[in-house]
Design a protein around this ligand. Structure first.
Ligand code: ADP
Ligand code: MG
Length: 681
């Protein structure tokens, strides 16, 4: 231990770190002693309870054994598979251990030497064996204790190297701190931060690992929930346009429709109207599954804002969606002298300039656009309401940029079909109010979803052709535009060429993808909408928002390549009328993880349920695009632990009530950092 090493010491000053190892460490994100301490293990293996061979039962076991013999051979059945077999023994008996495709093990293990093995003792190929056990040398210096930690490694830096380096900086634990107030720590029987970090790296027992994870996870939740609360109370002090509720405004719109609002739409619209009628800004997220009718609710909110004389901006992630919305808005506002304009990057320079000018002169009432709305040339004269559709497609900076274009705090309505489980929403979006449309318009039939392989392709096509015969339309989605790569990935062009000349040769087929010119895309979308085509083969450009009720079939190629959220969104393109719709998920994958996901699609149409499954398998950051915020860098916080969440929330509430924030400058600093990352300024 070298006491001159501090948290900021560059990693290359530790002994054993030459240029090569330094580079390897840098690749893992480690450049200082502190980074090293903050590089947590990925796995802990419990060697504290060693079993004797004459008492082991099938299941996960750790044993200390001598290698009696070891050999590697090729599998008879599959020549590409290597099988390494060893006979292990202790003073009570012997067992066979098997490793698949790890031929190098034969060089790792020395005959007649003893090692620790940890793995599944299970029945396979007709006998019980210890399968793919991890191997540890028996440490004479016992540096690593009985719990063996594994880190994410690279070709240079192994877990063992990390462990050795960590032991050089063990005097630094006590210098680590986080922002969790000690009183909160005590009241919740949590260990202190430095002990937690130490226990993660060098635990004496699994209990210690759990204690450490709990401590770190608790702090993460505490900070996030507190940030949300702080933001929420801050927004209450801001002034905004007061938008008066008038029933006429709603009725003018509704009487043009040939359907009634669902109860759920009515309820959320009412919540929004109440918010708008307050003197401080609304900050509400509208969640509703695909096809639940969010656009109409947004349009009603816009109508109310316009009625009070305030401009409205609606931002969407794709041009296709912007063009679809502008049609809807223009239609429903046609009888009123309201000017709705489109602003997308595809417009000519002169058109854009004109629109920019008219927005700032207040001559445009509603502007619907893509990222083009964020251009520095866009300045509103009187912006009262911002609506962001498919909000998960935008980063926090983009949302904030749009807000900065108003000359006072606008009301903000964000919409998403990617449902965020309430427990998570309360953590990540604690500053938002949430409304949920928990009901689809009546008479919708659930989309029938089937996983399909190549062998059933012709059958599926025949079924689909019958539907085309009945005047229904089809979406086909491929993961790529061009080249089929060797992995057999289907592309828009190859599928088109194939179908055009075979099964669907008499059908009208169009293709659509992101590399096409915007006007071309628009033309194709419009033509498809007008039923000039039977089949639209596209990339995921149609993933969000597209609303064509006559389309009743969705075929997804290489479905295993898409996440659940994307698949659910894609499936939302069909099932938008009272006609039965179908979704075929083609895959040739045999990966159990992928198949599980696709089976979940077969089993349920419930976006919330799917989001939950996705969340459990992939983690929150990836799903909600929150990775880009960095806000969900939750290492150990368990957002499924509703009891824990409730308890943290209670702690946060009393903490705020007792006005204790200012006693903790570190916490204030941290909250200010987090504030920049969340959905509000
Ligand atoms: P999403 O919530 O996915 O954005 P949309 O707003 O695109 O859904 O609505 C889907 C379709 O349902 C649209 O064609 C819309 O006109 C229609 N719709 C909306 N509300 C109702 C309702 N209450 N009854 C029947 N159809 C409705
Ligand atoms: Mg929508």
């Amino acid at each position: 231990m070298n006491k001159s090493i501090t948290l900021d010491t560059p990693i290359n000053l530790l002994s054993g770190v030459g240029p090569v190892v330094e580079k390897g460490l840098n690749k893992l994100g480690i450049s200082t002693a502190k980074d090293l301490l903050m590089y947590f293990p990925r796995k802990w293996e419990d060697f504290s309870k060693l079993s004797k061979l004459n008492t082991i039962r099938p299941g996960r076991v750790a044993v200390s054994c001598k290698v009696l013999s070891i050999a590697v051979r090729r599998s008879h059945r599959n020549k590409r598979l290597t099988i390494t077999e060893a006979i292990l023994s202790d003073d009570t008996g012997s067992i066979k251990a098997i490793w698949f495709n790890q031929p190098y093990i034969v060089n790792t293990l020395k005959k007649d030497q003893s090692y620790l093995f940890l793995g599944n003792f299970e029945f396979k190929n007709n006998y019980l064996s210890l399968n793919n056990p991890i191997i540890e040398t028996i440490d004479t210096d016992n540096q690593r204790g009985k719990i063996f930690t594994t880190y994410s490694e690279n070709s240079i830096v192994s877990s063992k190297i990390l462990q050795k380096l960590l032991s050089q900086v063990s005097h630094l634990y006590t210098e680590l701190s986080d922002s969790l107030p000690t009183e909160v720590e005590k009241a919740n029987q949590l260990i202190d931060y430095s002990s937690a970090i130490k226990q993660l790296h060098f635990p004496d027992s699994m209990v210690q690992v759990e204690e450490a994870k709990k401590r770190i996870g608790y702090a993460e939740l505490f900070e996030l929930i507190l940030t949300g609360k702080v933001l929420k109370s801050e927004i209450q002090t801001e002034n905004s346009a007061k938008i008066k509720f008038e029933l006429d405004v709603v009725e003018r719109i509704l009487k043009q429709l040939n359907f009634d609002l669902t109860d759920a739409q009515r309820k959320v619209a009412w919540q929004i109207f109440q918010d708008l009628d307050e003197p401080h800004p609304m900050n509400r997220m509208l969640e509703g599954d695909v096809g639940s009718g969010k656009t109409l609710v947004a349009l009603l909110a816009a109508a109310m804002s316009l009625n009070s004389g305030y401009q409205v901006a609606l931002m969407v992630p794709t041009e296709i969606l912007a063009r679809q919305h502008i049609v809807t808005f223009k239609k429903l506002f046609a009888s009123q002298s309201i000017r709705c304009e489109l602003l997308v990057s595809a417009l000519k320079g002169s058109e854009k300039t004109k629109i920019h000018q008219d927005i700032s002169d207040g001559k445009i009432d509603v502007v619907i656009g893509t990222h083009a709305l964020l251009s520095e040339h866009v300045e509103f004269s009187n912006l009262g309401l911002i609506i962001i559709d498919e909000q998960h497609r935008f980063g926090v900076n983009q949302r904030r940029a749009l807000k900065s274009k108003a000359n006072f705090m606008p009301h903000v309505l964000t919409m998403t079909a990617t449902p965020i489980p309430r427990s998570l929403a309360l953590v990540v979006y604690g500053d938002l109010d949430i409304s949920v449309i928990d009901q689809l318009p009546p008479n919708r039939k659930l989309v029938t979803t089937k996983i399909a392989g190549d062998q059933s392709r012709q059958n599926v096509y025949r079924e689909v052709d019958k539907l085309i015969e009945k005047s229904q339309q089809v979406f086909m989605v491929c993961p790529s535009i061009e080249q089929d790569d060797s992995s057999g990935m289907k592309s828009v062009k190859s599928v088109y060429n194939n179908l055009k000349n075979t099964v669907f040769s008499s059908r009208r087929i169009a293709t659509l993808h992101g590399k096409m010119k915007p006007l071309e895309k628009e033309q194709i979308m419009n033509d498809f909408r007008d039923h000039k085509y039977d089949i639209l083969i596209s990339t995921t450009v149609i993933e969000v928002g597209v609303d064509i009720a006559n389309a009743t079939v969705l075929i997804v190629e290489n479905a295993e390549r898409f996440g659940l959220a994307a698949l659910h969104q894609l499936r939302g393109r069909v099932g938008r009328s009272n006609v039965q719709s179908y979704c075929y998920l083609f895959t040739d994958s045999s990966n159990p993880y992928s198949l599980n996901r696709l089976q979940a699609m077969e089993k349920t149409n419930d976006g919330f349920r799917l989001a939950q499954i996705d969340l459990e398998t992939r983690g929150p950051g990836e799903i909600y695009g929150t990775t880009q915020h960095g806000i969900l860098d939750l290492t150990y916080a368990n957002i499924f632990d509703t009891r824990l969440l409730a308890s943290v929330r209670k702690t946060v509430e009393s903490f705020i009530k007792e006005d204790k924030m200012l006693q903790y400058p570190e916490l204030v600093k941290r909250i200010n950092e987090l504030k920049k990352l969340t959905s509000l300024d």
